[in-house]
Design a protein around this ligand. Structure first.
Ligand code: SF4
Length: 489
């Protein structure tokens, strides 16, 4: 879709909304669109009191125009947010009449719909008022707004209960036994990148030790810890032993209420590894099937069978793990609503404490045809998500956190479901940006969240293991920022 802009410096909100509404069309800014040709024109007029946004969209010879107004206030941030909202809303109003299927999340483009809903609850609105706002202003469907408001309420409870010095720690292991076809993470196939692993663990343990000292000096309380990836259980039992011993000795874990390791791929799980996790106080693990259909598993490049998922699950139960999460993905190549329903039945029959239902997302930087494939799948994915919601609700699970990604099939969402009292706290803290997450390892992004949760300072570790392995000095020096941030609490 070609678009023109007048009177607006930042066209990011325009591109964001165009990607949201027309995921298969590349938005391209042009100087002008010929009369009658498909295109979108955005103009902003500043009257001194308000900014008037006018948008006209032409498609197939038909034109729809819309107007929105944004108040100008003394608060520059507030003025900017109002303008962004007005631009997105006007584009939605002008473009949505041309869409065959209205997006479930309406004009909401962000990755954190529950955080969005929570911001209104925190301003004193009731859930019913937030629901009305989400419908009338943002055109969110009843099912999606109920999901967002439920998760927002839960996050607010967690926020109100936490101490200002509470933080969480994330440790990343960006290696996997093989690469899944849909993967958009920086994760290295162990067969090809295994040589990096030993150095990676050395660097990671050194970063953990240094960070542990800083966190003690800063008097910060680690309440949840999450080792994710990649697939952390790609590490051998000996390597896991070293990693977890380092964690135990480096960090003050007196306030820790939850320790998760994403075991992930069942083909990496052994009794020795699980016993190592249990011995070091890991109470929550993930065993991720994605599908219980062997043909689908093969098609997406997972080198394990559904039977291996069952074996790993029963092994974990026999060792005593009583908080297990299992991930699925709606929209995988080769999967159908019937086969997805059988996956859900198989997982629910196991009675894990958490089941996370993802929607297939095109990889970052995906080609247009990947995005087009996801759009074609939107009806199938909608059916799958409905099946999941019905079956999980009937089995006593409730949604507790959610997030969205760019280029998800149908623009839907990922939802964590749990049995009563088994919410993964880390997922809530992290996704709702309730408190600081200190992230260690390659690709780790530390987010320093200020006391009222409004300002977030980010610090990135190098993305790839080979860069990370040679950057320890710089990474450790950057951790000083934690001390100055903590002194303001
Ligand atoms: S297990 Fe996860 S991180 Fe690893 S390749 Fe598959 S999708 Fe990527």
């Amino acid at each position: 879709m070609n678009y023109t802009v007048n009177g607006l410096d930042n066209d990011h909100p325009i591109r964001d909304m165009l990607f949201h509404l027309l995921p298969t069309e590349l938005p391209e800014r042009v100087d002008s669109v010929p009369d009658g040709a498909d295109g979108l024109g955005v103009s902003v007029t500043d009257t001194g009191m308000e900014q008037i946004v006018r948008v006209c969209c032409v498609r197939g010879g038909k034109q729809v125009c819309a107007e929105q107004r944004a108040a100008i206030s003394d608060d520059a941030g507030q003025t900017k947010r109002a303008l962004t909202h007005a631009v997105k809303s006007a584009i939605f109003d002008a473009l949505s009449p041309f869409l065959e299927v209205q997006p479930e999340w309406g004009a909401l483009t962000g990755v954190r719909p529950a955080k969005f809903a929570r911001s209104f609850l925190e301003q004193g609105m009731t859930p019913a008022e937030v629901a009305a706002l989400m419908t009338e202003t943002y055109h969110v469907t009843p099912a999606r707004r109920a999901l967002a408001i439920r998760c927002a309420g839960l996050a607010l409870d967690y926020k109100n209960k936490q101490n200002p010095r509470d933080i969480s720690v994330y440790i990343g292991i960006p290696f996997c036994p093989s690469r899944c076809s849909y993967c958009s993470f920086v994760s290295h196939d162990i067969e090809r990148a295994g040589a990096l692993m030993a150095d990676y663990l050395d660097t990671l343990c050194a970063e953990i030790i240094h960070t542990g000292e800083i966190l003690r000096q800063a008097d910060l309380h680690i309440v949840s810890m999450y080792i994710g990836g990649g697939t952390p259980t790609t590490l051998s039992a000996e390597q896991l032993e070293r990693l977890l011993s380092t964690v135990e000795s480096a960090f003050d874990l007196h306030d820790l209420t939850e320790f998760t390791v994403e075991a992930g791929r069942p083909d990496t799980i052994t009794e020795q590894k699980l016993r190592t996790l249990a011995r070091h106080g890991v109470g929550r693990i993930s065993i991720n099937p994605q599908s219980m259909n062997d043909a689908v598993l093969e098609k997406i490049g997972r080198k394990h069978s559904a039977q291996q998922v069952l074996d790993a699950y029963h092994l974990a139960r026999s060792i005593g793990f009583d908080a297990i999460n299992m991930d699925t993905i709606a929209g995988l190549d080769g999967d159908t609503p019937d086969s997805f329903a059988r996956t859900m039945d198989a997982l629910i029959a196991l009675e894990p404490e958490n089941i996370t239902v993802h929607t297939l997302a095109a990889k970052r930087g995906a080609e247009q045809h990947d995005r087009a494939r996801n759009v074609r799948k939107q009806d199938t994915v909608r059916q799958m998500l409905d099946i999941a919601a019905k079956k999980l609700t009937a089995a006593g699970y409730s949604p507790y956190y959610l997030y969205r990604q760019k280029f998800m099939a149908g623009g839907f969402e990922n939802v964590g479901w749990c049995r009563l009292g088994y919410e993964c706290r880390y997922n809530i803290y992290m996704m709702e940006e309730l408190h600081t997450i200190v992230s260690l390892g390659a690709g780790g992004m530390t987010k320093l969240v200020d006391a009222d949760g409004k300002k977030i300072q980010r610090m990135n570790n190098p993305k790839y293991p080979y860069e990370y392995n040679t950057s320890l000095e710089k990474i450790n020096a950057g951790k000083q920022a934690l001390l100055s941030w903590a002194s303001e609490l």
